[in-house]
Write a protein that binds this ligand. Structure first.
Ligand SMILES: [Zn+2]
Length: 172
């Protein structure tokens, strides 16, 4: 992913946080989805490794399907990832013409790896915004080392997600 796209995704997540007055860290991603105008649906037919899928509902709404067997932290990231697809690739609140073309009858699938990376980057930026990440780094740095486990727990993300985000932001 080029640096321009990375910046665009960070900025977009930042705008979403401001527009919907989302408090960080996010404790309840379903509540965030509701604030944005959608809902989360647990689908027992999805396996625990499956990607969250977003579907347009009505003109302004949407539904995100997730596996019912995912651990909480993974589920949160999966929903945030699906929000990434919604804003970045389905045009929700960002590109009206693209959004209008979304067929609400089926969940959108994104097979390209570029789209997957972008949705992951959006999820990370939503769950760990730059400013709050910087503050948390200060909080959890003891001497020369960062307690990444505590940092990950603070943002309700996996250790791998916290480390990736720290590298992306140049903190780790
Ligand atoms: Zn995806």
């Amino acid at each position: 992913m080029d640096s321009q796209t990375k910046q665009y995704i960070d900025d977009l997540a930042e705008k979403v946080i401001l527009a919907y007055d989302i408090s960080i860290p996010i404790h309840d991603i379903d509540n965030v989805v509701q604030c944005i105008g959608g809902s989360v649906e647990e689908d027992p037919n999805l396996d625990m490794f499956s990607d969250g899928a977003a579907r347009k509902e009505g003109l302004f709404g949407f539904c995100i399907a997730v596996s019912s067997s995912q651990p909480q932290i993974r589920r949160t990231f999966t929903v945030a990832h699906a929000l990434g697809h919604l804003f970045l690739h389905m045009g929700f609140r960002t590109d009206w013409e693209l959004w209008e073309r979304q067929d609400g009858s089926a969940y959108s699938r994104f097979c390209s790896s570029a789209a997957e990376y972008q949705a992951n980057a959006f999820a990370a930026a939503l769950l760990m915004p730059r400013e709050q990440y910087g503050e948390a780094i200060e909080e959890y740095t003891h001497g020369d080392s960062v307690d990444v486990t505590a940092l990950a727990a603070f943002f309700h993300v996996s250790l791998a997600a916290a480390i990736n985000r720290g590298r992306h932001l140049g903190y780790l």
